[in-house]
Design a binder for this molecule. Structure first.
Ligand code: NOJ
Length: 527
């Protein structure tokens, strides 16, 4: 049986706030957010009550995939500032009790990384074996479309790239590469970084016999962005992925209280497949990033289904929950597709209550706390996402969830004095952080109240979870810790519901009605 922790563990019981630095706050006027911008906004972030910030990559990069193509792991890209800014950010965040999580892309580098430019130069270059080479391609497809093999003009051989051809895969079978990665980890932990989000951990290793992948059967469950025509049997979830993560765990454990969080692409897998990434009792990854609610329509039934699935894992695998990210359509625009009129209405708040009251670590994507909607209708000229562009715009762009943060009602929503790299959502005049700070009924103030409640209530941040009702449109569960029981009721339907229990209401969508209104919610402390 799970033993309740006595203390508040930041990555487990606290809330993580995800920042896409390019879009958060620009202090130089070049239209792109930067690290100084994040520093400037630290008080705002701390006021949310979150425990940690996960920053998408800001390392030196040609930015073909906006930083997920690193050309120097030890340098902040000049677009985002410099290494001194990073040090300052860590120090200032820590002063405010905020932890810093870096995004580590270890599956691949940029094709501009000196390791690769050396490796491709000749077959006998000492760095040759740092990447994955073959004299002829097999049928593997890149996640971003097309063959996963690119012919190298210098040697005639093909290199493997799970993503873009500008993102060649590192050969993680080579111990020198693994040693280099460990060095990078130690470097940042020495600097005071509190954890790493590991990009695409399920694509680390490939089949050594290069077997062709089977064709995809009709009706398979694919994520909304996938363009694959095959099941990625031989280049996904290789058993060696787990042993590299064990190595990384060991390095991370050299420093106290550090987190490793893995992005494990969904690819039709169920939660049991993810258990391997957790290892036994979180001894591998601390957290696996949960994709279940990140894509598709968010009808009531999906919340109960996800909850059940994750609760069916052993208690050792501490869940994580996210509704939005830099790769998927923002949740608020998936529950209220025609929304714009009242983005912080009940349905937005209902999402927040789910996120903050389930057993697991919640991730809040910048702007989510404001009910910031997806930017829809970007024109082909405005689209920047290579995934979409390389597929002739047939793949939905990821730019709609990456538009600039809406700080106030001034020009460009206070994001930049220059011309923003993506357009600012047109609703910024009404929906912005400054306006919401002044409005007790706003989404922002609600988020703060909710996170405060969660942080201060052991049952909500660390308690057991028991599902009481799961009727699709109505979900009710208890959270239990230290002899206290809280009841959470979420009404995803347009009809009013009643709650049968005795206790005190601690949070409610409308305290003046008897039952729970349409799309309403209640949190009770039970007697
Ligand atoms: C997953 C990241 O979330 C995504 O944004 C990126 O394009 C790919 N990995 C490639 O690194």
């Amino acid at each position: 049986m799970y033993m309740l922790e006595q203390e508040f563990v930041w990555w487990k019981h606290g809330v993580v706030y995800q920042i896409y630095p390019r879009s958060y706050k620009d202090t130089t006027g070049n239209g792109v957010g930067d690290l100084q911008g994040v520093i400037e906004k630290l008080d705002y972030i701390a006021s949310l009550g979150v425990s940690a910030i996960w920053l998408n990559p800001f390392f030196a990069s040609p930015m073909v995939d906006f930083g997920y193509d690193i050309s120097d792991y030890y340098m902040v890209d000049p677009l985002f500032g410099n290494n001194t800014d990073l040090l300052l950010l860590i120090t200032e965040a820590h002063k405010r009790g905020l932890k810093i999580i870096l995004d580590m892309v270890l599956n691949h580098t940029s094709d501009q990384h000196p390791w690769f430019t050396e490796a491709r130069s000749s077959k006998d270059n000492p760095k040759r074996d740092w990447y994955v080479w073959r004299d002829k391609p097999n049928n593997w497809e890149s996640i971003f479309g097309g063959s996963a093999w690119e012919k190298c003009p210098f040697t005639g051989e093909y290199y493997y790239h799970a993503f873009l051809s500008e993102q060649p895969d590192l050969n993680l079978r080579n111990p020198e590469v693994v040693e280099e990665i460990k060095k990078i980890f130690r470097h940042y932990m020495e600097m005071g970084v509190d954890g790493f989000r590991l990009d695409a951990v399920n694509t680390y290793y490939e089949d050594a016999a290069w077997r062709n992948n089977p064709e995809l059967k009709e009706g398979s469950d694919l994520s909304s962005h996938s363009v694959a025509g095959q099941r990625r049997v031989y280049n996904y979830d290789h058993y060696l992925n787990y042993s590299l993560l064990d190595d990384l765990r060991e390095v991370t454990d050299e420093y106290p209280n550090r987190l490793i969080l893995g992005e494990v692409g969904r690819e039709g897998k169920d939660e049991h497949a993810w258990k391997k990434y957790y290892g036994s009792c979180n001894r591998r990854l601390d957290l696996v990033f949960n994709f279940d609610l990140l894509y598709g329509e968010l009808s009531g039934g999906r919340f109960g289904k996800t909850l059940k699935a994750w609760e069916s894992l052993q208690y050792c695998s501490w869940p994580s929950y996210a509704l939005s990210s830099h790769d998927q359509i923002r949740a608020i625009s998936r529950v209220i597709p025609d929304q714009d009129a009242c983005p912080w209405g009940n349905r937005g708040k209902l999402l927040a209550v789910f996120l903050m009251t389930v057993r697991g670590t919640p991730f809040v994507y910048y702007g989510e706390e404001l009910g910031m909607p997806e930017y829809k209708g970007l024109t082909d000229e405005q689209i920047q996402d290579p995934w979409s562009i390389r597929n002739n715009y047939t793949v939905p762009t990821r730019d709609g969830c990456r538009t600039p943060m809406i700080w106030d009602d001034s020009k460009h929503a206070g994001f930049s004095l220059g011309s923003p790299w993506l357009p600012v959502h047109e609703t910024y005049k009404e929906i912005n952080a400054a306006a919401q700070q002044e409005d007790q009924a706003s989404m922002l103030e609600f988020y703060k109240e909710l996170i405060q409640l969660r942080n201060g209530t052991p049952a909500l941040h660390k308690g057991d979870l028991e599902i009481i009702i799961d009727e699709g449109d109505f979900l009710q569960y208890r959270r239990i810790a230290d002899g206290e029981v809280y009841l959470v009721s979420l009404n995803f339907s347009a009809a009013e519901r009643t709650v049968e229990d005795t206790g005190k209401v601690v949070l409610s969508s409308d305290r003046s009605v008897e039952g729970i209104e349409a799309y309403g919610f209640e949190i009770w402390k039970l007697d």
